[in-house]
Ligand binder design. Structure first.
Ligand code: CP
Length: 339
């Protein structure tokens, strides 16, 4: 049985490898969703479709990245992103290593730049990085030869999240999302999920509306072709996709609302509010979902909620991204550095 599974797996590996070899993104790092062209995102989604059976199967292990080193440098907590990147890396046969800020020498005062140069000296092929500081991943990426994937930087961007979200939307609403009404509810001001999702939605022609208190809006909505409707019931009318964002309490969001209770009463997605949307509307959330604050259980535990589907899409998206960016090290140009 095991031999048979291994044979199937090797055949899948070979055909997947051929597909992957046909395409390489232009960018050396994935910092922003704007690092990818629309056609490149479509190529990524075609590859992701082909990995789904492999990652749902009995034998997930491949050797597509055998000999490659993947560092997961997470300076902030994570369940979904870190686990899926690590699991995907292991399934690809890469050597994966996890580093946290508290367990690194940054806790002794080493600078981010010196940490970057130090880690890069160990010749990693790919670094997946999360940080509470907006812009820090771009700065880090400029100073290392390894390809860097932004796994979330402060209030700025979280590009692999937007890719998995768009891919999940396509699975449920079809590949052509142009004109679909996307309503984003919640903490727009502090959300890196919004930063990447709004860019991706613009690229794919969605009609995006945000609903949130005036205190949690950001000043550059026109850049994203996004409008603001503070009244949630009005915003939800005929929505095809409802995307709930968590209040970023770790980024002082609580000082922007009177109280969690009041915020939740006004902006929670519940069964009564879902009735304003299209009957086949899907409800999404990047996670972690705060039940009865962001989304009520009477929506979260219905077929409208795609939260577990998003997590599986994330695993597949990250499997493909690691493949596509793991060969960039030898091509990347890095300015002269200290040390
Ligand atoms: N969506 C997301 O980034 O979740 P984690 O913080 O658990 O990685």
């Amino acid at each position: 049985m095991l031999t048979c599974l291994k044979k199937i797996n090797i055949t899948m590996n070979n055909s997947l490898l051929k597909e992957l070899e046909k395409f390489s993104p232009t960018a050396s790092d994935l910092i922003s969703i704007e690092d990818l062209k629309k056609s490149e995102i479509e190529n990524i989604f075609n590859l992701v479709e082909k990995t789904e059976n492999l990652l749902k199967g009995e034998m997930k292990k491949t050797f597509l990245l055998k000999g490659k080193t993947q560092l997961n440098f997470f300076m902030e907590n994570s369940t979904r992103t870190r686990t899926s990147f690590e699991l995907a890396g292991k399934n690809l046969g890469a050597d994966t290593i996890n580093i946290s800020a508290s367990a690194s020498s940054m806790s002794k005062g080493e600078s981010l730049l010196d940490t970057a140069v130090t880690l890069d000296s160990m010749q990693p092929d790919i670094i997946v990085m999360r940080t509470p500081s907006s812009g820090a991943v771009k700065y880090f990426a400029k100073n290392v030869h390894a390809a860097v994937i932004n796994a979330g930087d402060g209030c700025n961007e979280h590009p692999s999240q937007a890719l998995l979200d768009l891919y999940t939307m396509q699975k449920f609403h079809g590949k052509n999302l142009k004109g679909k009404k996307l309503v984003i509810v919640g903490d727009i001001l502090h959300s890196r999920v919004f930063g990447s999702l709004a860019r991706a939605a613009k690229l794919f022609g969605l009609n995006t509306i945000v609903t949130t208190p005036h205190t949690l809006i950001r000043p550059d909505l026109s850049y994203f072709n996004v409008t603001h409707e503070p009244n949630i019931e009005k915003a939800l009318k005929d929505a095809d996709i409802i995307y709930s964002l968590r209040l970023q309490t770790e980024r002082a969001s609580l000082s922007y609302v009177p109280s969690i209770r009041e915020y939740s009463k006004t902006y929670i997605i519940n069964a009564a509010r879902l009735k304003f949307a299209n009957p086949n509307a899907i409800v999404m959330h990047a996670g972690p979902v705060i039940r009865e604050v962001d989304i009520h259980t009477n929506v979260l535990e219905t077929e409208h909620s795609l939260v577990p589907h998003q997590v599986f899409s994330g695993y597949c998206i990250r499997f493909v991204l690691l493949n596509l960016f793991a060969n960039k090290r030898k091509l990347k140009k890095v300015d002269s550095r200290p040390f």
